[in-house]
Design a protein around this ligand. Structure first.
Ligand code: NAD
Length: 328
């Protein structure tokens, strides 16, 4: 492994494209690979994010990129086989709810060694990842799970904030997301719809784009969510902070306005050793986008994963158990 971390991004939609732009000015990481549903691109010298984004948006796949692009219906497997990558950010839709676990099995089976980072959201999806703990460890893969914004940045903040207390009473995550149009983040929005009353993952997955449009027309583009099944709960439980039923996650997504409908925050309430009840609140700046708050932490945790790998540590780790390292 050279000192510069060679990165691949799987999934080149909203988050994948933002990830490519986040990496562009970095000197410690270089984007060498990207894949979408219809193809992949690999260039060990580095990829130009603008070329990849323009090609994806005009021709439907990074497989059309002139240098290194390959069209494929099995792009992830083909990319693993034909590339040299230290770590992948999995910016893939988790639709169906078993998809990320299937991709992980694919990595294990391929004999690939390196770091994987996901921004997985559902508790039940992360629990599937945990069942692969031994396989991942034996394969020599260091897998960082739940490393987006929530779960991710906010879960890690809760884990740090909890240290002031002798006893944790509650962790309450409230997020506000504003995006200009839902098509830029189709998987994110479908997965959010899946949390709405009367919906589930399969129903949301089966919806056509026109049906999503119609639903958003009814709500004026707003999705309000309460008591979501979010893996922050299992991550904080595993980190020994509190039990999962003390963690609540909810929020508002505005799919028609990049301005956040409310300030994203996490409140950690507990009792100190002196018996005082208190709440720590960590609030994200309103100017920071979902993409900034997901991709930044994801690469920070990828760097941590590489650091763990260098010490011979493989297996599965969550954002609540580790600190992200800042990528320069
Ligand atoms: P998107 O719909 O914009 O893009 C998905 C991409 O994945 C597309 O490029 C598509 O071609 C590709 N893809 C789909 N199936 C594939 C396959 N079989 N092989 C290769 N590529 C495939 O998605 P998005 O809105 O950017 O969201 C990505 C994920 O990030 C979602 O699962 C979402 O829940 C998650 N997310 C997490 C957080 C967090 O804070 N943890 C926040 C936002 C989004």
């Amino acid at each position: 492994m050279s000192n510069i971390i060679r990165v691949g991004v799987l999934g080149f939609g909203g988050l994948g494209q933002a990830a490519a732009r986040v990496l562009a000015p970095k000197s410690e990481m270089i984007l060498v690979a990207a894949a979408d549903k219809k193809g992949y691109v690999y260039n060990p010298e580095g990829l130009d994010p603008n070329t990849c984004i323009t090609t994806y948006n005009s021709q439907g796949s990074v497989g059309h990129v002139k240098h290194g692009g390959v069209l494929s219906n099995d792009s992830i497997a083909d990319l693993i086989e034909n590339s040299n990558v230290d770590g992948f950010f999995l910016a893939l839709p988790n639709l169906p709810n078993t998809f990320m676990a299937d991709v992980t099995r694919q990595f294990v089976k391929s004999g690939w060694k390196g770091v994987l980072v996901d921004a997985l959201k559902r508790t039940s999806a992360m629990e599937q990842i945990f069942t692969l703990r031994d396989d991942v460890k034996d394969a020599g893969i260091t897998y960082m799970t739940g490393c987006g914004a929530t779960p991710g940045l906010l879960t890690a903040a809760a884990s740090v904030a909890a240290q002031s207390y002798a006893e944790i009473h509650s962790v309450k995550i409230t997020f506000g997301v504003g995006i200009a149009n839902w098509e830029a983040y189709r998987a994110t929005i479908r997965e959010d719809i899946a949390h709405m009353p009367a919906f589930d993952v399969e129903k949301a997955r089966a919806m056509t784009d026109a049906e999503v449009e119609a639903l958003l027309d009814e709500t004026n583009g707003i999705i309000s969510l309460e008591n979501m099944e979010h893996a922050d709960d299992v991550m904080l439980e595993m980190a020994g902070i509190c039990s999962r039923d003390q963690v609540t996650v909810g929020g508002i997504v505005d799919t028609r306005n990049p301005k956040k409908p409310l300030s994203t925050n996490v409140q950690v309430t507990g009792r100190t050793f002196e018996g005082k009840l208190s709440t720590h609140t960590f609030t994200l700046g309103d100017e920071t986008s979902m993409a900034a708050n997901v991709c930044g932490p994801a690469f920070g945790y990828l760097k941590t994963g590489v650091w763990l790998q260098k010490q011979g540590l493989s297996g599965i780790f969550t954002a609540a158990e580790m600190m992200p390292r800042f990528v320069r």
